[in-house]
Design a protein around this ligand. Structure first.
Ligand SMILES: Cc1cc2nc3c(=O)[nH]c(=O)nc-3n(C[C@H](O)[C@H](O)[C@H](O)COP(=O)(O)OP(=O)(O)OC[C@H]3O[C@@H](n4cnc5c(N)ncnc54)[C@H](O)[C@@H]3O)c2cc1C
Length: 438
C-alpha cells in the first residue's frame, strides 16, 4: 500500500459474502487489500432469508462450522403449497445431511455471520490491508477507460489496481462504472423478513428437531397471494426467520404491499401455530436481482470486476441459492486479481479470465439452466395457482370421510378434475415447467 495516496493492490466494495470471499482469497496470496463497507460493521445492514450454502466457504475455511456463528444445520427441506385453508407438502428429511459437511446448508443470521467472516478475513490480512467499516463508496475514479479508484463519503480518494464491486443488489457503482444499466422493476424481487424469537425447546418440539438440527420450509400459492415468488420459515437456534419475496411488478399489479402479504402469510392456519407465542425482534426488507442469465451485465472492464448480487448471480429457482454463487464469484474474482498482479496487467483482457472461470463453474451453468424460470412462471400463472389448487381440492375431496362408497368418491374426484382442468393443456404446461424449472 502506498500510504501517501492510499493505494492498494485491490479495493473490495462491500463486506457481504461475495466481497469477503474475494478479500480472503487475495489476502491469502499476500495482496494489499481494502474492504470498504458502508455498515457500522460487515453484516450490520445485511439481510437474507437465512440459508447459507457453503460449498465454497468450506473450501476456503475447512470445517468453518466449528468456529463460525452458524445457527442450525439443515436436515430437512420442505416445499409446501397453500390454498386459502389447506396445505399440500413434500418433505425431504435425511440423516445423510446430519453429518459433516451437513449438506453445506446452514441457517445463519447475517449480522453475526458476516461480522465473524470479516474478522476471520482480517486475521489473515497483512499490515497494509484493512476493513474500512462505516464508509460508503459514492463514485469511481476513472483514468481514460480505466477504473483506478473510488471516492467514499468520508476519506479522500482511495486507489487500487483493481476494484471488486461486491455492493449487492442495488449496485450504483456498477452503473457508474458503465457496466450495468439501472434495473427495471420486473428484474427485481422485493423480500421482507422478520426474525421471531422462540425458545429452542419449543422450536425443536414444533418442528420435530433435536440439538442443532434445522428445517427450511418454502411456501407457494396462497402464501404469497398467488404471485410468482414464495414465503419461507427457517429455524435458527432461538428464533425463526420468516419472510416472503416476490417480483416488484407483482406487488404493483396486485396493489398489495409486501408487509400485508407477510402478515397474511403469518395468519394462515397452517403457519400461525408454528409461530405461536413468538416475538418479532427484527424486521428488514431488501432486493434480490432476478435479471437472470440473458440480462447479465458486463462483468469486467479495465480495472474492475462485478461479483455476487451486483452481477446478478442468484439462482431464483426453487433452490434459492444466492450465497453460494456470491462466494464462488468472489473467490474467482480474487483468483483472477492474483494472476493479474503477477502479470502486472489489470486490463479487461486479463480480467476476462474471471468470465472464463465463471463459465466453467456451477455459477454460469446454473444461471444458464434456470434462465427462463422466472419468465415462464410470470407468463403461466396457472402453473403456480390453478393446477395445484385444483389438485389440493381433489385430494381434500378424495380423503373426506362420508357414507359414500370410495368408488363413488373416486369417480366424482376424477370427474371434477376433468371438468376443472384441460388435461392436454396441463400436460403441455407441466412438460414446459419441467424443462425450465428442473
Ligand atoms: C429476502 C431475501 C432472502 C434471501 N434468501 C437467501 C437464502 O436463504 N439463501 C441464499 O443463499 N441467498 C438468499 N438471498 C440472496 C443472498 O442474500 C444474496 O445472493 C447474497 O447476500 C449476495 O451476497 P453479496 O455479497 O453479493 O451482496 P450482499 O450480501 O448484499 O452484500 C453487499 C455488501 O455491500 C455493502 N455495500 C453496499 N453498497 C455499498 C457502498 N456503496 N459502499 C460500501 N459498502 C456497500 C452492504 O452494506 C453489504 O454489506 C436472499 C436475499 C433476500 C433479499
Amino acid at each position: 500500500m502506498d500510504e501517501e495516496t492510499l493505494k492498494f493492490d485491490a479495493i473490495v466494495v462491500g463486506g457481504g459474502p461475495s466481497g469477503m470471499c474475494a478479500a480472503y482469497t487475495m489476502a491469502k496470496a499476500g495482496m494489499d487489500v481494502a474492504v470498504i463497507e458502508r455498515g457500522e460493521y460487515p453484516g450490520s445492514k445485511n439481510l437474507f432469508g437465512g440459508i447459507l450454502f457453503t460449498t465454497i466457504l468450506n473450501k476456503l475455511i475447512p470445517n468453518f462450522w466449528e468456529e463460525a456463528p452458524v445457527e442450525r444445520n439443515v436436515i430437512s427441506r420442505k416445499f409446501s403449497y397453500l390454498t386459502e385453508d389447506s396445505q399440500l407438502a413434500v418433505e425431504l428429511k435425511t440423516e445423510q445431511y446430519n453429518k459433516p459437511p451437513y449438506n453445506n446448508t446452514f441457517t445463519v443470521l447475517r449480522s453475526k455471520f458476516d461480522r465473524w467472516f470479516s474478522e476471520k478475513t482480517e486475521s489473515i490480512f497483512n499490515e497494509n490491508s484493512f476493513v474500512f467499516s462505516g464508509f460508503t463508496v459514492i463514485d469511481v475514479i476513472k483514468e481514460g477507460h480505466k477504473i483506478i479508484g473510488v471516492v467514499t463519503d468520508k476519506e479522500g480518494p482511495m486507489y487500487a489496481d483493481v476494484i471488486i464491486c461486491a455492493e449487492g443488489a442495488n449496485s450504483l457503482l456498477a452503473e457508474k462504472a458503465g457496466l450495468k444499466k439501472k434495473p427495471e422493476p420486473h428484474d427485481m424481487v422485493t423480500g421482507v423478513k422478520e426474525v421471531i424469537a422462540l425458545p429452542s425447546e419449543i422450536i425443536n418440539d414444533r418442528f420435530a428437531l433435536a440439538g442443532n438440527e434445522g428445517v427450511a420450509i418454502e411456501f407457494f400459492g396462497k402464501a404469497v397471494e398467488g404471485m410468482v415468488g414464495g414465503a419461507f420459515i427457517y429455524t435458527n437456534k432461538e428464533s425463526l426467520s420468516v419472510g416472503i419475496s416476490c417480483s416488484i411488478v407483482d406487488f404493483t399489479h396486485k396493489n398489495i404491499n409486501p408487509n400485508e402479504v407477510l402478515d397474511k402469510f403469518k395468519e394462515h392456519p397452517s403457519v400461525k401455530n408454528l409461530l405461536r407465542g413468538g416475538e418479532t425482534i427484527e424486521y428488514s426488507a431488501h432486493m434480490i436481482p432476478e435479471f437472470g442469465y440473458d440480462k447479465l451485465p458486463d462483468l469486467v472492464s479495465h480495472g474492475i470486476m462485478l461479483v455476487g448480487d451486483s452481477a446478478g448471480f442468484v439462482n431464483t429457482s426453487h433452490y434459492h441459492e444466492g450465497s453460494n454463487l456470491a462466494m464462488a464469484s468472489g473467490v474467482m474474482a480474487g483468483e483472477t486479481a492474483i494472476i493479474a498482479k503477477q502479470k502486472g496487467d489489470f486490463s479487461a483482457e486479463t480480467l476476462s479470465l474471471y468470465k472464463e472461470k465463471l463459465n466453467d463453474s456451477f455459477v454460469m451453468k446454473d444461471m444458464k439452466n434456470f434462465r427462463r424460470a422466472a419468465k415462464f412462471l410470470h407468463a403461466n400463472p396457472q402453473v403456480l395457482n390453478d393446477y395445484p389448487t385444483t389438485m389440493v381440492q381433489s385430494m381434500v375431496d378424495y380423503f373426506t370421510i362420508s357414507e359414500r362408497s370410495k368408488v363413488e368418491i373416486r369417480k366424482d374426484v376424477i370427474g371434477g378434475l376433468i371438468m376443472d382442468v384441460k388435461f392436454i393443456k396441463m400436460m403441455w404446461d407441466m412438460n414446459k415447467a419441467r424443462k425450465v424449472l428442473l
